[in-house]
Unconditional design. Structure first.
Length: 333
């Protein structure tokens, strides 16, 4: 009996799979059954319930942060993808981030660094107070464009304060130099006193010049003497560069001239007057804190006068002159 059982158990079963073939059939069955499951697993759709709206003109760093926030909320999972609208609005120290839901819940934070925008937005989204009802809110449309600030609206122009009224100062100047008259060649030594009313960069100028003596630079005339007094009133403009300044002025003038010589007799001569127009350029040198050195160059012309004579034997009076002076300029008021 025992031998029969052993013999029967040792006989091969023709219906059972043999060795490695059976293992391969089992693996194929498992792979075949799992393939439909893998194909049926859908990929996760991006979250479109969370909106990010930019309001106002933001700098490049903040625009990149807004783009990063949009990418972050698009990757939220189904359990986190709620109906929330973020509004990023420019503020004086950064941006103001507002989160609101369709049922009226709302939260707001100030963000000062672009790198913190994503973290603050996600924290704000999580800190919005929960709904009073446990039931989900009814589906509704997203806020209309009229309810939200216009995206990328240009920032209002900054108000500029009105420029302050120019201060008015009074300056005084003293100078000494030389003057040359033409076409009769006369050389003179002269002194000048000048006062300037300065309003911003504009000037009103009053001047008085006195040439106490002059000499003929042409033919020799016995006992020749020349002097003149010139009064002027004009206006001009000042350009400032650091401690230096440049004044350009134009002035109508009245010149009173006296000429004498021993021709044809001793003490011959006389006095005449004429109107002149003078243009002057004065440079204030950047030296000193009070009175500043100055250099002036000017030219005068008598446009309406012909060559005047005080004596037929004496040369005609000058009709235009050139002068150069050095002096100092200081504030009086």
């Amino acid at each position: 009996m025992t031998n029969k059982n052993k013999t029967a158990s040792a006989e091969p079963n023709p219906t059972a799979p043999r060795g490695g073939l059976g293992i391969r059939l089992c693996m194929a069955a498992l792979i075949t059954s799992a393939a439909p499951v893998a194909r049926a697993a859908p990929s996760r759709a991006p979250c479109s319930a969370v909106r990010v709206v930019q309001s106002g003109d933001l700098g490049p760093g903040w625009r990149e942060a807004v783009a990063a926030l949009r990418a972050e909320v698009a990757s939220l999972g189904p359990s986190e993808c709620a109906e929330v609208t973020f509004v990023v609005q420019g503020d004086k120290d950064g941006v103001l981030l507002t989160a609101s839901t369709l049922d009226g819940r709302r939260g707001q934070r100030a963000v000062t660094r672009p790198s913190s925008l994503v973290f603050v937005a996600l924290g704000l989204m999580a800190s919005i107070p929960p709904e009073e009802s446990v039931e989900p809110p009814p589906a509704a449309e997203s806020p209309s464009a009229a309810e939200l600030p216009p995206p990328d609206a240009p920032a209002p122009p900054a108000r500029t304060a009105a420029p302050p009224a120019p201060t008015v100062r009074l300056e005084a100047a003293l100078a000494a130099g030389a003057r040359f008259g033409f076409p009769t060649r006369v050389g003179m030594a002269e002194l000048e006193a000048r006062a300037d009313v300065v309003a911003g960069s504009w000037l009103v100028v009053a001047s008085a010049r006195f040439a106490p003596f002059g000499a003929s630079l042409g033919r020799t005339i016995p006992g020749y003497a020349y002097d003149e007094i010139v009064l002027g009133l004009g206006f001009g403009r000042r350009w400032v560069a650091g401690a230096a300044a440049l004044d350009v002025t134009v002035s109508p003038e009245l010149a009173v001239m006296t000429e004498e010589g021993d021709l044809p007799a001793d003490g011959a001569g006389g006095t005449e007057s004429e109107a002149r127009v003078a243009a002057a350029v004065r440079l204030h040198l950047p030296l000193g804190d009070g009175w500043k050195p100055s250099v002036t160059v000017d030219a005068e012309l008598a446009p309406l006068a012909h060559a005047l004579r005080v004596e037929a034997a004496l040369p005609p009076l000058p009709t235009w002159t050139l002068g150069v002076r050095a002096g100092a300029v200081g504030d009086l008021l």
